[in-house]
Design a protein around this ligand. Structure first.
Ligand code: NAD
Length: 367
């Protein structure tokens, strides 16, 4: 087994195998069940460091190609995330195609759980955008390869508070790098997407005295957050027209691209969303050339993975929090490496992640 050295994703690839081959996946499983309406894709990217752990996303994709591309990119991101965080896990991710507000059912999740179970532990699932701890409980009726279970079942519950805490620490590290101080008091922060993670992030920022802007495609989400905290609400279309210090993408990925990067009016990008760079090579470089400091997503949003991984190994909230604390120093280390090599921060983070996988693969090869 090998890990490809960060190839670009062929956005125009249409055949299944041409899409899969660009990113060096080990296995991709298509799950279909007519009675429940289940259409899911499980992508296992790399299992050198351990079983592939990654959440299941429930999303109304505009095409099956888009769903596959998301599963492939997200699962590779999980490989990097687990590696750089020092976890003994590989990278995997799954997507269920459908509307999370309409199409969920117990039968659908349990059928999906059976598919997960058929992989016999090569893939372990958890929650992601559109899925909750309650959904994991249904999946858990059919397989033990599930994390993110509710606390009353011995799980760690919702991983989002841990993700938000790590993002907050990564953001502080970025502020330290950019401004010489990690104090976020008085800093203007735009939180794009105030779902599970976004709302907890707002809470941290509020406590520290940041000036917070929020946006969401759902009005009820914006209202829920503005009823709890002193925030300025912005419509989703206006997000790049507001001048801020820090842009925190906490919705979906791909928001850093050819169209948006020239419009960014901030010094730092630090958020929770996975795959923020539409093209990690091109757009990582564009951010660097624009003088914008990017805190790589898979480095600073690892808190949730840390927490579900802890559940897999015997849950300890204290251990999870202690591991989350390390995100601050790790982010600074990546900034140092990027500076010393004069490369984008995303590239520096990928190099570190790949180096660990290569070293462990070499040990296994010698056995
Ligand atoms: P969520 O579904 O609870 O929240 C996402 C929010 O973004 C929703 O409120 C949604 O309405 C909003 N949104 C979607 N598109 C938008 C747009 N164009 N503009 C503004 N708002 C928009 O999901 P979450 O669990 O909070 O995760 C947020 C992001 O962080 C995702 O990309 C997820 O993959 C990533 N992430 C989450 C975790 C976790 O622990 N939950 C861990 C790592 C990474």
């Amino acid at each position: 087994m090998s890990i490809a050295s960060t190839p670009g994703v062929d956005k125009n690839a249409t055949s299944v195998f041409s899409q899969i081959s660009t990113m060096d996946h080990e296995q991709v499983v298509f799950c279909f069940d007519q009675p429940t309406g289940l259409k899911a894709i499980i992508a296992i990217h790399n299992t050198i460091l351990g079983p592939a752990l990654g959440g299941t996303r429930f999303w109304n994709y505009s095409s099956e190609q888009e769903a596959l591309r998301d599963a492939l990119r997200l699962s590779r991101g999980m490989t990097y995330k687990a590696s750089i965080t020092g976890l003994h896990l590989g990278g995997g991710k799954a997507v269920i195609i459908g509307d999370a507000r309409k199409d969920k059912s117990e039968a659908l999740f349990r059928r999906y759980g059976q598919f997960v179970n058929s992989l016999n532990g090569r893939y372990i699932t958890a929650e992601d955008v559109g899925t909750t701890s309650a959904d994991m409980e249904w999946i858990g009726r059919e397989t033990r390869f599930v994390t993110g279970l509710p606390e009353y079942l011995g799980g760690g519950g919702d991983p989002s508070p841990f993700t938000a805490y790590g993002v907050y620490l990564g953001m502080k590290a970025a502020a330290k790098e950019a401004y010489g101080s990690d104090n976020l008091s008085g800093k203007k922060v735009m939180v794009q997407g105030v779902g599970h993670v976004g709302e907890y992030l707002v809470e941290h920022l509020h406590k520290e005295g940041a000036i917070i802007y929020v946006t969401d495609i759902y009005e009820d989400r914006m209202q829920a957050v503005s009823s709890r905290f002193n925030v300025i609400t912005v419509s989703p279309e206006e997000v790049f027209n507001v001048s801020v210090d820090i842009y925190a993408p906490c919705a979906l990925g791909g928001t850093l691209n050819d169209e948006t990067i020239p419009r960014l009016r901030c010094q730092i990008v630090a958020g929770a969303a996975n795959n923020q760079l539409e093209d990690e090579t091109e757009h990582g470089q564009m951010l660097m050339d624009s003088g914008i400091l990017y805190a790589p997503d898979f480095v600073i949003n690892a808190g949730g993975l840390i927490n579900v991984a802890s559940e897999w190994e015997g849950y300890s909230r204290e251990r999870s929090m202690a591991q989350c604390e390390r995100i601050y120093d790790r982010t600074l280390e990546i900034f140092r490496l990027a500076k010393s090599k004069n490369i984008p921060t995303a590239k520096a983070a990928q190099l570190l992640a790949e180096e660990r996988i290569r070293k462990i693969a070499a040990i296994h090869a010698r056995r």
